[in-house]
Design a protein around this ligand. Structure first.
Ligand code: ADP
Ligand code: MG
Length: 201
C-alpha cells in the first residue's frame, strides 16, 4: 500500500511550489479576467515561503508539515486564497494526528477534512465557481477508492465546469454574467495542487 511520510509529503509541497512558480502568469491571467489578477503571485509567494521553511528544518511528522504549510499561507498570502488554503492545511494537520506515515485512506481523510475546512471558512458550495468546485469531485473520487491521479483528473473536470457559470462567492461574484466563459482561478490552482500530489514520489 502506498504510504506518505514527511519526505514524500515534503516532495508534494515542493513540487506544488514549482508548479505555482511556473503557472504564476497563467493563474494571474485567469484572475485578471474575473478578479484582481493576483492569484498566481499569491500562491507562488506563499509556496516559495513554504519551500524556504522546509529547507531550514524538516518537520517531525505529517501533522507538523501541514501545520507549517497552513500557518505560512495564512501569514504570507493575503486576499481570499491565503486563509482558505491555510484552513485547508490546518484542518489536514488536525486530521493527521500523530503518526509518522499516512496510508492512502488516512491521506484521504486528511484531504477531506481540509476541504471541509475550506467550505467552513468560505461558505461556498459546489457550483459557486470557487476552488470548492475542483476539490469536491476530487474528494468524491478518493472516497470511492480512486487513485490520486484520477482525483486530480476529477478536479480538472471540476475546473472545466466552472467556465459556463456565474460566481456566487469571492470577487468574481461582483461580475454577474460577465464571469461566464472564464475558468475560476482558485479551482485551477486547487487542481494543480492535486496534480502535484499525484506526481510526488
Ligand atoms: P482575492 O480574490 O482576494 O484576490 P485570490 O485571487 O488569491 O484572492 O483567490 C481568488 C480565488 O479564491 C477564487 O478564484 C476562488 O476560487 C477562491 N475563493 C474566493 N472566495 C471564496 C470562498 N468564499 N470560498 C471558496 N473559495 C473562494
Ligand atoms: Mg485575486
Amino acid at each position: 500500500m502506498m504510504t506518505h511520510d514527511v519526505a514524500s509529503l515534503t516532495a508534494w509541497l515542493r513540487l506544488a511550489a514549482a508548479h505555482f512558480a511556473a503557472a504564476q502568469a497563467e493563474l494571474n491571467a485567469l484572475d485578471q479576467a474575473i478578479g484582481d489578477g493576483d492569484h498566481g503571485a499569491n500562491l507562488a509567494r506563499g509556496f516559495a515561503r513554504i519551500s524556504e521553511k522546509l529547507d531550514a528544518a524538516a518537520p517531525a511528522d505529517p501533522a507538523a508539515l501541514f501545520k507549517l504549510a497552513g500557518m505560512t499561507l495564512i501569514s504570507t498570502v493575503g486576499g481570499a486564497a491565503g486563509p482558505l488554503y491555510g484552513s485547508f492545511f490546518l484542518e489536514m494537520a488536525k486530521a493527521a494526528g500523530t503518526p509518522t506515515e499516512l496510508d492512502g485512506p488516512a491521506l484521504t481523510r486528511c484531504l477531506v477534512a481540509g476541504v471541509a475546512g475550506v467550505a467552513a471558512r468560505g461558505k461556498a458550495v459546489p457550483g459557486d465557481k470557487t476552488m470548492i468546485d475542483a476539490m469536491t469531485p476530487a474528494m468524491a473520487a478518493l472516497q470511492r477508492g480512486a487513485t490520486l491521479a484520477d482525483a486530480a483528473t476529477a478536479a480538472h473536470a471540476g475546473v472545466a465546469a466552472t467556465i459556463p457559470i456565474v460566481a456566487r462567492k469571492g470577487r468574481a461574484s461582483y461580475l454577474g454574467e460577465r464571469a461566464i466563459g472564464h475558468a475560476d482561478p482558485g479551482a485551477t490552482s486547487a487542481a494543480m495542487l492535486l496534480d502535484a500530489l499525484a506526481a510526488a514520489p
